[in-house]
Write a protein that binds this ligand. Structure first.
Ligand code: FE2
Length: 234
């Protein structure tokens, strides 16, 4: 199995690894209610990364996760202003939302997410946002899987040290003016340092779907003008 494919050109910001986004701030939430709501529903299909992680790493997944795919109505019904906020991201259609509340005092392992070169994110709560860091790829990849199979078919952790510059973390810094950012899963892997968050103090939301390339590029251009000093490039 080839797990890292060579890069193909997708757009003029393909080499942008991290950039704060020039978007309005997300609505404030009642954190306790939100965390309780997160515990209620699970999308069985999207639990696969959690199960793979726990099998390979032999420890508990560092997030409480709630995902919605296609049917985003649970979010719209319970937190309509959060649901409405998704429309500021440059998607023709939002297909899924992955909500990750970091478990108390957990570090987040080195990994890549499934949304490739242009991952759109925001923090509902952002304590220890400065713990996010990147390891640049030793090459430009088009996609990266977190696991590989041994010849015997056993699921193993990807060769992070071989494929990424794991000796040189590059830390992200999110200005106080925004809670939204993009990150790139093909030019870099990412992780979060051990931190002092209690559950609910750091909630990241991954917004995924069909990006509108022109709107995406316009947003990134605008964001680089405003927050270029915080951008990380390949
Ligand atoms: Fe991630």
């Amino acid at each position: 199995m080839t797990w890292a494919a060579p890069a193909q050109f997708r757009g003029r910001f393909d080499d942008l690894i991290f950039c704060p986004l020039d978007l309005p701030k997300p609505p404030e939430i009642a954190v306790e209610d939100f965390v309780e709501w997160m515990k209620v529903g699970q999308d069985a299909q999207r639990v696969a990364p959690k199960l793979a992680f726990e099998r390979v790493e032999k420890r508990t997944y560092p997030w409480l996760m709630r995902t919605m795919t296609e049917d985003l109505s649970p979010l719209a019904e319970s937190f309509p202003d959060v649901s409405a906020y998704l429309s500021v991201f440059p998607f023709r259609k939002v297909r899924s939302v992955v909500i990750l509340a970091q478990q108390g005092y957990q570090a987040v392992h080195t990994h890549t997410d499934s949304d490739g070169l242009y991952g759109m994110r925001f923090y509902l709560t952002a304590k220890n946002a400065e713990g996010l860091h990147f390891f640049k790829g030793r090459e430009r990849y088009d996609r990266c899987d977190n696991y590989k199979r041994s010849p015997a078919g056993e699921l193993l952790r990807a060769d992070w040290d071989k494929l990424f510059v794991t000796e040189s973390p590059v830390f992200a810094s999110l200005p106080a003016d925004t809670r939204a950012f993009m990150l790139n899963n093909a030019r870099a892997a990412h992780a979060v340092s051990p931190n002092t968050c209690e559950l609910g103090e750091r909630i990241a939301v991954l917004v995924q779907g069909e990006l509108d390339d022109a709107r995406r590029d316009a947003l990134l251009e605008r964001s680089l003008k405003r927050f270029g000093q915080n951008a990380i490039w390949y």
